[in-house]
Design a protein around this ligand. Structure first.
Ligand SMILES: Nc1ncnc2c1ncn2[C@@H]1O[C@H](COP(=O)(O)OP(=O)(O)OP(=O)(O)O)[C@@H](O)[C@H]1O
Length: 244
C-alpha cells in the first residue's frame, strides 16, 4: 500500500422508514480521503451527512459497498477490531458534551481518554496534555476547571481536545461549530488549524458553514438525498495560514 487513505467504494445505506419500507439514506457514494487531507460534507438537513460520518467510524454498517482503511475493509470490523483502532479514527459528534464527564475537571477528562485509549504512562499522559494545551493556545489553568462550569462553546472545545489528545490519524467532526457565537467558532477553527499544521491529522468536517469548509478543507462534497451532487475545490492552503 503506497498511500495511506480511506477509500469509500460504492457505499449505500438503507434504513426502514416508519411504514417498514427501505429508505435510501446513502446511495452509491464513492470518494477517497487521503491521510493529511481535509474534506467537508455539506448539504441540507436529512441529506445523509451524519449517516456517512457514522459509517466511517463504524457506528453503522453499509448495506452495500466497502470502506477501506489502507486497503482493509473496516465495514466488516468487529467491535474488538474497532476498539484496537481507536487511535486511528476519532469522532466528535454534534452533542459533543455527551463524550465528557461533567463531574470531572477538564484535565481529568483528557487524562481519562488517554488512559482508556492509549498505552501511555502517567508521566507521558501529563506531558501529552500540556503539549496539547500549549499547541492549541489553551490556558493550562483550565485543566483544574470543572467541566460543568464551561459554556457550550467551551465544552465543545474540550470535547475536541479530548479527541485530539489521542492523536488520531483521521478525525470526524459533525457540526462542531454550529450554534456557537463567532468568537467560539473562531477559537475552534484555530485549534483545528494549529493541530493540523503540527500533526497533519485528517479532518472530515460536516458543516453548513461554507467559509469554515473552504478555509479548512481541500474538497467540499455536497450531498443531496444521499448522493454527492457537487464537489468544490478550495485553493486556501491551511498549512500556510498565519495564526490570527
Ligand atoms: N437509524 C435510523 N433509522 C431510520 N432512519 C434514519 C436513521 N438514521 C438516519 N435516518 C434517516 O436518514 C436520513 C439522513 O439522515 P442524516 O442524519 O444522515 O442526515 P444529515 O444530512 O446529517 O441531517 P442533519 O443536517 O439534520 O443532521 C434522514 O432522513 C434520517 O431521518
Amino acid at each position: 500500500m503506497d498511500m495511506e487513505e480511506i477509500e469509500v467504494r460504492n457505499v449505500s445505506k438503507d434504513f426502514l422508514d416508519a411504514s417498514g419500507k427501505p429508505f435510501h439514506a446513502i446511495r452509491d457514494i464513492s470518494f477517497t480521503w487521503v491521510k493529511g487531507e481535509n474534506i467537508s460534507f455539506t448539504g441540507e438537513s436529512g441529506s445523509g451527512k451524519s449517516t456517512m460520518a457514522r459509517l466511517l467510524i463504524g457506528l453503522e454498517r453499509p448495506t452495500s459497498g466497502e470502506i477501506l482503511l489502507d486497503g482493509e475493509n473496516i465495514a466488516k470490523w468487529s467491535y474488538g477490531q474497532w476498539r484496537s483502532h481507536r487511535t486511528k479514527i476519532q469522532a466528535v459528534f454534534q452533542d459533543a458534551t455527551g463524550s465528557l464527564n461533567r463531574r470531572l475537571s477538564i484535565g481529568h477528562n483528557l487524562e481519562e481518554a488517554l488512559r482508556n485509549l492509549t498505552k501511555l504512562s502517567s508521566e507521558e499522559r501529563k506531558k501529552r496534555i500540556l503539549e496539547l494545551m500549549d499547541l492549541t493556545a489553551t490556558s493550562r489553568k483550565l485543566l483544574d476547571t470543572p467541566t460543568k462550569n464551561l459554556s457550550g462553546g467551551e465544552q465543545r472545545r474540550v470535547a475536541l481536545l479530548r479527541a485530539l489528545a489521542v492523536r488520531p490519524d483521521y478525525l470526524i467532526l459533525d457540526e462542531l461549530t454550529s450554534g456557537l457565537d463567532l468568537i467560539s467558532q473562531k477559537a475552534i477553527r484555530e485549534v483545528l488549524e494549529a493541530y493540523h499544521r503540527e500533526y497533519r491529522c485528517s479532518y472530515f468536517l460536516i458543516t453548513h458553514d461554507m467559509k469554515f469548509a473552504y478555509r479548512l478543507s481541500q474538497r467540499i462534497y455536497e450531498l443531496e438525498s444521499g448522493q454527492i451532487v457537487n464537489i468544490g475545490q478550495s485553493n486556501i492552503d491551511i498549512n500556510s495560514q498565519e495564526r490570527k
